[in-house]
Design a protein around this ligand. Structure first.
Ligand code: PHB
Length: 393
């Protein structure tokens, strides 16, 4: 890991702090731990940012609002899910606010900028949603962690599943940016390996939600099925438009689980029967998931979803690791080792990190039934991202 100027100054300060001068740790111990959140609080991904934030707050409150004995201070910045603003927004938190940890974002393009700067500055980054494959591949590093998923991990298992269902010709539809393209690419990899063909990849500019022309094109192509990735407000609109256009009755809709996660109330009957894969499902029947969903509902009056789970797990990671190093945010390798070793029962299932700091997790096959993402199987067990190009894996 490259040492930034700020880190070098901190390190030399620590060497000078001997004798009667209190050590950096004694000084630091009384200060608050500053956790930066770079998340969308406006735009098509706003609901995702709010659920991640609120469940972090829920988990921190349950831990007495302390990390390793030190009070927590959250510093929130609205990313607007805008990659063009991501370098400035990241610098605001890392350089301006001097946060101890930076978490977020939702958007893969924002993540690329956030992780690049966190690597340069030596700040610990915990990606709490964005699936950009590079984060735990080429851009991986000792101080880069992800508590969500890689775009490949979530979507690749659906390819084989759709081929098993005897679907041969598929059209994909997604937003034209890194996450959409990587998710479709992963699905396509699995589908074509199993003998299927993606006859057309339709790309819609992000964050447009005018789908009429795209749906007309799908109707003309007459595929056996459609595979889609949209999320947040865009997913609500796409699933409703797909049903309203009459396509749903003729061509089954499949997708990345984000298409139907945190969206079902707004989608209503339009989402019934949609099949997706994801590392979580509302209906997972475990004590951890039941109690988490109950606590989240009580705190927010909203239903938990995959984003809430990722926020909760990000907080668990911080709570456990900071306890182990007794609140010493400057513990360096010991703090990173503590984060790598964290294990617990998450609402999504057993939590463990791969060597590249991405979760190893089951990918569930879900079908929307009676307004719920019902688990109808495990599409693939214990999926680890291949971590190609990651030097630490
Ligand atoms: C992403 O940009 O990586 C992304 C955004 C929203 C999702 C999933 C992935 O629901």
């Amino acid at each position: 890991m490259r040492l930034s100027r700020r880190r070098l100054l901190q390190a030399s300060g620590a060497v000078a702090a001997t004798g009667l001068v209190p050590s950096r740790f004694a000084i630091g111990q009384s200060a608050k731990v500053r956790v930066g959140l770079l998340l969308p609080y406006s735009g098509t991904y706003a609901a995702l940012g709010h659920n991640i934030t609120d469940s972090m707050k829920l988990a921190f409150a349950a831990a007495g609002n302390k990390l390793g004995g030190r009070e927590i201070e959250l510093v929130q910045v609205d990313s607007e899910a805008d990659p063009a603003k991501a370098p400035a927004n990241t610098n605001k938190l890392i350089v301006g606010e001097k946060v101890d940890f930076i978490t977020g974002p939702v958007h893969s393009g924002v993540a690329m900028a956030m992780v690049k700067i966190a690597r340069e500055e030596g700040t610990i980054a915990i990606v709490s949603n964005a699936g950009a494959n590079a984060v735990t591949r080429e851009m991986c590093g000792p101080n880069v962690f992800r508590t969500s998923f890689s775009n490949w991990q979530v979507c690749q298992p659906m390819g084989a599943e759709m081929a098993r269902r005897n679907l041969k010709r598929v059209v994909s539809v997604t937003w034209n940016y890194a996450a959409g393209k990587e998710m479709i690419g992963a699905f396509r990899e699995g589908f074509e390996k199993a003998g299927g063909t993606v006859v057309k990849e339709i790309l819609v500019p992000f964050p447009n939600v005018e789908f009429q022309a795209n749906l007309t094109e799908v109707a003309a192509l007459k595929p056996d099925a459609v595979y889609a990735f949209f999320a947040g407000a865009g997913a609500v609109k796409f699933v409703k438009d797909y049903a309203d256009s009459g396509l749903k009755a003729r061509i089954p809709l499949y997708g990345a689980g984000f298409l139907t996660d945190g969206t079902l109330r707004a989608q209503g009957a339009a989402a019934e029967g949609v099949l997706t894969t994801l590392h979580y499902a509302d209906s997972l029947d475990t004590p951890q998931n039941r109690s988490f969903r109950e606590a989240f509902k009580k705190a927010t009056t909203r239903d938990a979803d995959v984003y809430a789970v990722q926020g909760y797990d990000t907080a668990q990671l911080l709570i456990q690791a900071m306890d182990k190093v007794k609140g010493d945010t400057k513990a360096g390798k010991a703090l990173i080792a503590a984060m790598e070793a964290v294990q617990f029962d998450s609402p999504r299932g057993r939590w463990t990190f791969s060597k590249s700091h991405n979760p190893v997790q089951d990918i569930y096959l879900r079908e929307v039934r009676n307004g719920d993402n019902a688990v109808i199987g495990i599409a693939q067990k214990a999926v680890a991202d291949p971590a190609k190009g990651c030097g630490i894996a």
